[in-house]
Design a protein around this ligand. Structure first.
Ligand SMILES: [Zn+2]
Ligand SMILES: [Zn+2]
Length: 302
């Protein structure tokens, strides 16, 4: 702050530099709905209204309370996440734009007054680093998570080659679950420590966030969060909520996502990642400004 008067909203940040309470968190950047089924993922279980309703009821802002979750991002798959993507397709672009119209309508309906639903996608990168959604569509969205899904045994070097291309795309905000995962029951360490470090450096250089996927926390090497904290790279927490259709009627929504979210938040706090580097602590206006500033920086002529 350099002795300047803090802006409103910066006060909480001054008191504590990292997450100390779940109420520090304003967003979930990675959620799937039933629409992911149209891309071939059978695990999309909820409508966006069900997701929004759950969030507002359980972790949203209530009158007279401290800030809670004020926005969520619907990031359905663009194409089937079990097939190697081949680049953009017109019908996929159209589906994503149609969902954005639905999201605009939901926000305008006033049904969830404390919550804004952001229009996003989880675009799959080809091994050449090309998203499966056209740039003119990515540009119109609020949140773009870019992930490598197939092939799951792509080597770390091949992954890095894809990421080196992808970070040049100014519309990508978040690199989804890059480090490794338990993937369809099989454990993968996708990047070595050196490659993880290179990815972090690329993200800093191009002002991308890297995702700490809350479903994969147990998979991460114990030093990863410390490395991330020391680097100053921006991070985004995403629940990657899909849920299994069979549990829909038996367990409250979020069981698969929200408990791990709380656990991940504690781990991030413990590692000392600063709030200014955790997108989930940004107000909606701060998040939008971050995305816009980067797009302008990397698209304006030199
Ligand atoms: Zn994914
Ligand atoms: Zn996902």
């Amino acid at each position: 702050m350099n002795g300047e008067r803090p802006e409103q909203g910066d006060i909480a940040r001054e008191q504590s530099e990292t997450i100390t309470s779940l109420r520090d968190l304003r967003s979930d950047f990675h959620m799937h709905t039933l629409t992911s089924r149209e891309a071939g993922d059978p695990r999309g279980t909820y409508t966006m209204e069900e997701l929004a309703g759950y969030i507002e009821d359980h972790v949203g802002i209530k009158e007279g309370e401290k800030p809670g979750v004020e926005y969520i991002s619907i990031t359905d798959h663009a194409t089937n996440d079990t097939v190697v993507p081949q680049g953009p397709e017109e019908k996929v672009d159209q589906r994503i734009l149609a969902q954005k119209v639905e999201i605009d309508r939901l926000n305008e309906s006033g049904k969830f007054p404390g919550l804004t639903v952001l229009a996003g996608t989880e675009t799959a990168l080809s091994p050449e680093g090309v998203p499966d959604v056209s740039n003119h569509v990515l540009e119109q969205l609020d949140v773009v998570v870019a992930s490598i899904h197939e092939p799951p045994d792509l080597s770390g070097e091949e992954r890095m080659a894809a990421y080196r291309q992808a970070v040049e795309n100014p519309y990508i905000d978040i690199l989804g679950h890059p480090f490794g995962a338990t993937w369809w029951g099989k454990s993968h360490d996708w990047l070595s420590e050196e490659q993880s470090q290179e990815l972090i450096d690329l993200a800093i250089e191009h002002d991308k966030a890297i995702e700490i996927n809350v479903a994969q926390l147990d998979h991460y090497p114990s030093t990863l969060l410390q490395i991330i904290a020391a680097s100053g790279v921006k991070v985004s927490m995403g629940t990657d909520t899909h849920d299994n259709p069979q549990i829909k009627d038996q367990k409250p929504l979020g069981v698969s996502g929200w408990r791990p979210y709380a656990r991940t938040a504690r781990a991030i706090g413990k590692a000392g990642i600063k709030k200014e580097n955790i997108l989930n602590t940004y107000s909606l206006a701060e998040y939008r400004a971050w995305r816009q500033t980067r797009i302008e920086r990397f698209t304006s002529p030199a």
